[in-house]
Design a protein around this ligand. Sequence first.
Ligand code: NAP
Length: 500
Amino acid sequence: MICLSLTAPTVAEAVEVAAANAELIGAVELRLDLLDGDLSAAVREFPRRCDRELSRRHGSALPRILTVRRATDGGEFSGSEAERLELLRTGIEAGYDYVDLEEDLHGSREGEALAKAAGATGTRVIRSYHDTEGVPAALPELVRRLSQREEEIPKLAVTPRGISDLRRLLSVAPKMRKSNGILVGMGTVGIPTRLLAPRIGSFLTFCSAGNKQAAPGHLDPETLVGLYRHDMLGATTRLFGVIGNPVMHSKSPHFHNRVFAERGLDALYVPFHVDDVDEFFKLAEELPIEGVSVTIPHKAAVISHLREVDESVTATGACNTVVRGAAGGWRGVNTDVSGFLTPLQAARSVKDAAVSVVGAGGAARAVVYALAGEAARICVLNRTAERARRLAEELSASHGFHNISSAALEPENEELLRRHSDIIVQTTSVGMAPHADEDPLHWYEFSGNELVYDIIYTPEITRLLARARKAGCKTVSGSEMFRGQADEQARLFCELVSSA
Ligand code: NAP
């Protein structure tokens, strides 16, 4: 179930946000600590007003949770503890369906009085523990404490700092599921816990709408339902994802979840912010995950975990796709190679073309390998000339290519570039958002006969591509390469889902 945490400053605005999202959610949480003004009046007013408005616009009301979060737990309540407890008591009397009471209130005189009042009015207690800094060491003991009372819903909301923290958090998911509890990993590393709530058995997942997030890592309801298909997830949903650092900017979840949805597959694709590749592979066994896209900076580090490697990985020393192989181990493929070639070959023939490859990083290696295999005549130009030389020499030595030369990327080499200008492939990160006004070839004037391919995909039309188009050149954008490599990944992922 999706619970929308209301972060608006007034009851009227909070009710409006609840009503606007009512079709997507299963419950609302009033975060009283985020409201302005008279909180005592607001806590009484909200249930009536929310029920009335939702019934009018949506046909029925939604369960309401009351939370008054302290600053130490990541909230913004600034009054005294006595005032906070009084507000919670008022809320219980006002008929909220659930009230969030922190774990440390358990056993205290005031806390017990609140729990008793909740029992009398039929308000269910969510017994919560928050850690905004990390994941406590004694997690199983904490879960045991939270789950002591059968009538209460335990809620664990902590902040994994890396994949090993995320693994520890997910290791208590079965216990939380047993007590119908709520498990939340806050922050970017914890986002999979929010997306996988129905899969790991968390009673609900929280989200926020609008500009203000009620907690770090909250997504909006539309993203949870539309992109991450919350409503169709279950215990048997097959898992895929993208690993990177950073990763939340990746377009891959949009691409792959759309493919899964269009094909009616019970599979989900999730972003994993990975600080440690070894730990990720342990997590992949535990969840389990069946395939991932790999992005910067892990394309080389994953290779030592693979049992089978495609020629595209050996040749480029980089792997952007990992899937479970036939024998159970991991298999690596570099779909950047075919993803790069497919749109280029649709635009013109590569055989015997004189090609400049600008840049000599990881992506350039896949590009040069792809072009050399198609018998193009290639010159690699890079800011660091030595890196271009190494790339050319290594690929020539390992594959017997005789068609790769190299040079420094500088205006003095304009003539050399012109001699290799049937196709110009731009593979550096220069011109990528947020530095979209940069152009790595600003000193080169296009004749209009070049085919210019910029593999950057944000923005779709880089300054370099815009200039080339203006000069009359044919162009290919990085989005086309992105689609090409993602299509191939989707084929591998869907094959796995359909085969079992
Ligand atoms: P990388 O391994 O870090 O290589 C970066 C390259 O950019 C190197 O050649 C580097 O030159 C050059 N560079 C960086 N700053 C420069 C500057 N100020 N002036 C001149 N050259 C500069 O990165 P990568 O993995 O190859 O990725 C490069 C780009 O390709 C990224 O924008 C990425 O998003 C894009 N990409 C797109 C796709 C797709 O599907 N469309 C796939 C993969 C990658 P030095 O060697 O001198 O440092």
